[in-house]
Design a binder for this molecule. Sequence first.
Ligand code: HGY
Ligand code: MN
Ligand code: MN
Length: 417
Amino acid sequence: MAEAFDIGARAKARCDQLGVAPYSEVDGQLTRRFLTAAHEAALTATSGWMLEAGMSVRRDAAANLIGRYDGQLPDAKALIIGSHIDSVRNGGRYDGPLGIMLGIDVVEALNRAGRRLPFAIEVVAFGDEEGSRFPASMSCSRAIAGTLDASALDMKDADGVSVAQALKAFGGDPDAIASAARKPEQVLAFLEAHIEQGPVLEAEGLALGVVTAIAAQKRLMVRIEGTAGHAGTTPMNLRKDPGPAAAEAILALERICRAGTDGLVGTVGRMTALPGAFNVIPGAIEFSMDIRAETSATRDEAVMTIGAEIHAIAAERGLSATVTLMQALAESPCDPSLMNLLDEALADLSLPARRLPSGAGHDAMVMADLCPVAMLFIRCEGGVSHNPAEAVTEADCALAAQAMLLFIDKLERRERA
Ligand code: HGY
Ligand code: MN
Ligand code: MN
């Protein structure tokens, strides 16, 4: 007889378990990038938990881990519950994995109750949502949604390893990536439970929230070219130094985004001086830009304005600049009828149905190309995320699991109507 388990609290405990080596690439912190040994170790552990919960388990060509709890009929449409198993560098333990582990807890509760639904439930661990190894992100959910551009497989990591090479070494099959795509008629809906990664729920004393839409985002790489030179012998007025130009450009990004509306935000998360020596005036500076807003129109206007300023700053200094788009994701609304079911589930728990947008990107925004999606937000301490201080409570995780079970009950009633 399987021992009883605290639904939700166990999901949190499993995220904690995966927060250290061998499920992290770096001792003392959580870094779990796509197609690494840490990713493999996390999938192996999660597979075991899926099997214990009563699911069959498989991996697709894109290295997605997929657990399936069959419905009353073997080929029933599936409600997919999932999130990502990869992390940012030195990230938190719950951003991603919590949505997977909650899905496993929910399925195990149904299985132990002997419940079979008019639909199957699939729990999916997407391997690459953060894009912390390769320049683009969301490649695994895009493979499932059938929207992954073949060129994404050519993208290379900092060591020059392509996605295709890493995928093959991991046991995936880049040549058969199209086989990972699901047909719309196979999928009923997608539900992602995820920490809010923002301060709203905590500020209002709420455990859970219902996501209305996910912000549009663009990832770009900027390269400002100057002339490498000797740091000691080159007079200041004779330099072609891209460093100060990059500083001006980043200040311009900040000014433009601060003045923006519609939730406009801009971030430079990565910056490199090349060749990167104390005593060499850089020949080039490269930096990333992550620009988001609630609408693509606001996002794109900001990208245009910032790009123009970067080129003007470079020209003024006799330098050249390139701004390269790495990825664009449009804003993604959640499905109104599924939001209503989540609202009702929260009401059953005597919780207010607080609706709020997501500034963070999620696999749900990609899955929306395949099926109706819904997201359940879970309060996180201080709204902190992408940071080892990320924290959730067992009580909030238990409420999230109960809300997901109630959502499934309501979905079942709707499907049987
Ligand atoms: O960048 C994001 O919003 C997500 O954490 N990948
Ligand atoms: Mn996430
Ligand atoms: Mn994240």
